[in-house]
Design a protein around this ligand. Structure first.
Ligand code: NAD
Length: 314
């Protein structure tokens, strides 16, 4: 008998509970290519997004598009959420239809950049239904989502994490952060660092340019020196200098993550003087730019703001 071409293939037959079917809710800039990685690995992916175009993209890539989040959960061994923030994650994961559709023992994996304390609380609520929650936010942007090379920072109980490891491994490299919520805490803190680097890099680049240094030369020097970061190695050369500003990560989402990190620091009584100042500057940029602005546009905003300030003081 020839094999059924529609049958799903376990990702890792050696795993104690093979995962055949994954529900995927949130097929945006990141979720779409991540879901494609699972489809390419032979997983049955049943995906939902409020955007019909996103659902069509999944179907065209070989996944199954469904009409709502509950249908994505129905019969799935694990359900991945890749949504904008904790508000949307809770709207989906706490809904009665979604909870009823989950099979006993299913695991919910929140790969969105959510709020760690709200993730802990959600884990408690889901545990009441016999459902495990793993937080597994990512870094690496759209480019690494496409190639399945994301950094995945994972929080959760050992048994839940082990169960979903074969699925996560298809989308990137797994780093264990700690108990549930720890992945989301690291993600927010990482983005506060990344956003602050991008801001100070942009300030330094403007000063260098005004001194007459070619930006390409300055980046080459810094990238061989101690000032280098993801901003000098990736964001400035790939999105700011060519003036494309199309990294695929929205400025409003970066600001959301920075606020989560600053709030976490405040709640822990740990210092966040520079972090708070960076949040305030990014908030100014968010107010001045359209809601769809890419986060790399912070560099353009800074240059425009600096030019206006220079004009006013001359
Ligand atoms: P996005 O806005 O492109 O995608 C979010 C998707 O969720 C959209 O397609 C939207 O239609 C959908 N959605 C919203 N509400 C929904 C609902 N109730 N049900 C179903 N679908 C719904 O955002 P993104 O850039 O893909 O980011 C997703 C998450 O990953 C965010 O938390 C973000 O902070 C994080 N993140 C993004 C990047 C990046 O480079 N873009 C990198 C790392 C982490």
């Amino acid at each position: 008998m020839s094999p059924d071409p529609t049958a799903s293939v376990p990702i890792d037959a050696a795993a104690s509970v093979p995962i055949h079917t994954v529900g995927f809710v949130g097929l945006g800039n990141m979720g779409q290519p991540m879901a494609h990685c699972l489809v390419a690995a032979g997983v049955k992916v049943q995906g939902f997004d409020v955007s019909a175009a996103a659902r069509d993209d999944l179907a065209n890539a070989g996944g199954t598009a469904v009409d709502n989040a509950a249908d994505a959960a129905r019969g799935a061994d694990a359900v991945i959420l890749m949504l904008p923030d904790s508000n949307v994650v809770e709207a989906v994961a706490d809904s009665a239809e979604f909870l009823e559709a989950l099979i006993p023992g299913a695991t919910v994996i929140d790969m969105s950049s959510s709020e760690p304390e709200r993730t802990r609380a959600l884990a408690k609520r889901l545990a009441g239904f016999g459902i495990g929650l793993v937080d597994a936010p990512v870094s690496g942007g759209v480019a690494k989502a496409v190639t399945g090379q994301l950094a995945i920072m994972v929080g959760g109980r050992d048994e839940d994490v082990e169960r979903v490891t074969p699925v996560l491994a298809r989308m990137g490299r797994i780093f264990r952060a700690g108990p549930v919520g720890a992945g989301h805490a690291v993600k927010a803190l990482n983005n506060l660092m990344s956003a602050t680097h991008l801001l100070v890099t942009s300030e330094a680049m403007i000063a260098g340019e005004r001194f007459g240094i070619a930006p390409e030369a300055m980046l080459a020097i810094v990238n061989a020196s101690s000032g280098r970061s993801g901003s000098t190695e990736n964001k400035w050369p790939n999105f700011v200098l060519p003036e494309t500003y199309n990294s695929g990560f929205a400025l409003r989402l970066m600001l959301k993550d920075m606020r989560i990190a600053a709030g976490l620091a405040a709640s822990l009584g740990s210092p966040s003087v520079l972090g708070d100042r960076a949040v305030a500057l990014w908030a100014d940029a968010a107010e001045a730019l359209p809601p769809t602005a890419d986060h790399t546009e912070i560099a353009r905003w800074l240059r425009d703001t600096a030019a206006t300030t220079a004009q006013e003081s001359s």
